[in-house]
Ligand binder design. Structure first.
Ligand SMILES: *Cc1c(COP(=O)(O)O)cnc(C)c1O
Length: 464
């Protein structure tokens, strides 16, 4: 940017405001107990700063709202579909574009079409719904991140990368059992860390050699493109749109939750090149999502997305977004709070294992920390640790590789003063970390248990 000024400002002004509501600590203590110490079970009106997810929680632009007004609600062949399809095809270059109501629907349609019992689907790291949809097919979801991806404190530019040597071994040892390889960009469960184009191309070359298609879980394709521009020197002068095209050129297909870099509140797609797979996926889509030109979405949703995909690739927006997250990371690092380094694309991840060494994994340190942030400051984050990932498909328990609390930033929603408040709340909890107690799970559903599990505080209360 051609300016002598260093302050990075929100690249928008606010046209419509949404009040947020304050509660007292005593109110939050009662609300947390009533919710079984599960932040998912709190009412949003009782949350001050909601960083549960960046999924579907963003603010839309006036151009998206204007687009919604021309939404064509025809059941089949709506204009809105063709605008959506043109945008997705322009960015991804992929042949068949199937809208879905969100990312997991695209996953279910894809895996329901091409994954069978006993198959293996490798990825850098599967997101929880992706893993659950693969396991629901009786297949195994295999995470193959690069080793540095599992060391929270280590700074490296592309900690989201796939371990290509491990992928090569997996493909060589399991002929006929790997229907596709996935790459999650950015790597959400691994800390929102980006995947380099070199790694993407390496994965593509291996997949070609073994005749296995490569699919991107591309929810945060624009954020990943921004990191490539910042960190992979040969791409420094290239626009995020051109980088995104280069990323998708490595892939045979993609699943997308457009609730992320679609900049909208709902939506997704499955895109793929193979005609036979597309034909079967379309039939599968019709069973649960709807006709292939709307796929579970309203015409106006398709319009919001057709605009949103490009807004996500805007350089001013990406600079502000990634900088907001980096800024919180800097505040926390300066205060000695252990976080995943460097900060990723959509969230700051606090390393609860390092922050709370007195709590064993079986007492769910990251979950307890997420509860403490709510209790003390009305802030809601999400555990990515042994509650989310500890239960194995055979029903046994195994501690997750990392115990993280993810603070995910909705797009274009919070301003710098919100971030300063957040930093203050986290510093406050960090200063009292030795008083934080663990939790016992008293109710746990078998699948995706973090959404509805209930807990009790051990040792006389969460914060003694
Ligand atoms: C959000 C997300 C999904 C699932 O998308 P939904 O829209 O929530 O169904 C899949 N993969 C990744 C990496 C995600 O972040």
């Amino acid at each position: 940017m051609d300016t002598p000024f260093k302050t990075i400002i929100e690249p928008f002004r606010i046209k419509s405001v949404e009040p947020i509501r304050f509660t007292t600590r005593a109110e939050r203590a009662a609300l947390l107990t009533a919710a079984g110490y599960n932040p998912f079970l709190l009412r949003a009106e009782h949350v001050l700063i909601d960083l549960l997810t960046d999924s579907g929680t963003g603010a839309m632009s006036k151009h998206q709202w204007a687009g919604m007004m021309r939404g064509d609600e025809s059941y089949a062949g709506a204009d809105s579909f063709y605008r959506f399809e043109a945008a997705v095809r322009d960015i991804t270059g992929l042949k068949h574009i199937l809208p879905t109501h969100q990312g997991r629907a695209a996953e279910r349609v894809l895996f329901g079409t091409v994954v069978n019992a006993g198959d293996i689907v490798p990825s850098n790291t599967h997101f929880d719904t992706t893993r659950a949809n693969i396991e629901a097919r009786g297949a195994s979801a295999l995470d193959l991140p690069v080793p540095e991806g599992r060391q929270p404190a280590l700074r490296a530019p592309f900690k989201g990368n796939m371990d290509l040597a491990a992928l090569e071994r997996c493909l060589a040892e399991n002929p006929g059992r790997v229907p596709l390889v996935m790459l999650t960009i950015t790597n959400n469960s691994g800390g929102g860390q980006p995947v380099s184009l070199a790694n993407l191309r390496g994965a593509r070359d291996l997949c070609r050699r073994f005749g296995v298609p490569l699919f991107l879980d591309c929810c945060r394709f624009a954020e990943n493109a921004w990191f490539i521009k910042q960190r992979e020197p040969e791409w420094a002068a290239v626009t995020p749109l051109e980088i995104a095209r280069a990323m998708f050129a490595c892939a045979d297909g993609a699943t997308m939750s457009a609730k992320k870099d679609g900049m909208a509140n709902i939506g997704g797609f499955l895109a793929l090149n193979d005609d036979g797979w597309a034909e079967r996926a379309k039939n599968n889509l019709i069973l649960t999502e709807g006709f292939p030109t709307y796929g579970g979405l309203a015409g106006y949703d398709l319009e919001a997305l057709a605009v949103g995909f490009y807004e996500a690739l805007d350089e001013d927006y990406l600079r502000y977004r990634i900088r907001s997250i980096e800024y919180l990371g800097e505040q926390l690092t300066a205060a000695g709070v252990p976080i995943v380094q460097p900060t990723g694309g959509h969230a700051v991840y606090i390393d609860a294992k390092a922050m709370l060494p007195h709590l064993p994994p079986g007492e769910y340190p990251a979950w307890a920390l997420s509860c403490a942030l709510y209790l003390e400051g009305g802030v809601r984050g999400v555990e990515i640790g042994s509650v989310m990932f500890g239960r194995q498909p055979d029903g046994t328990e195994k501690p997750a590789a990392m115990e993280l609390v993810r603070l995910a930033f909705p797009r274009r929603v919070y301003t710098q003063s919100h971030v300063d408040y957040l930093a203050e709340v986290i510093r406050h909890v960090h200063a009292r970390r030795e008083r934080l107690r663990g939790l016992r799970m008293v109710h746990a559903p078998a699948v995706l248990r973090h959404f509805t599990a209930r807990f009790e505080a051990l040792g006389g209360g969460l914060m003694t």
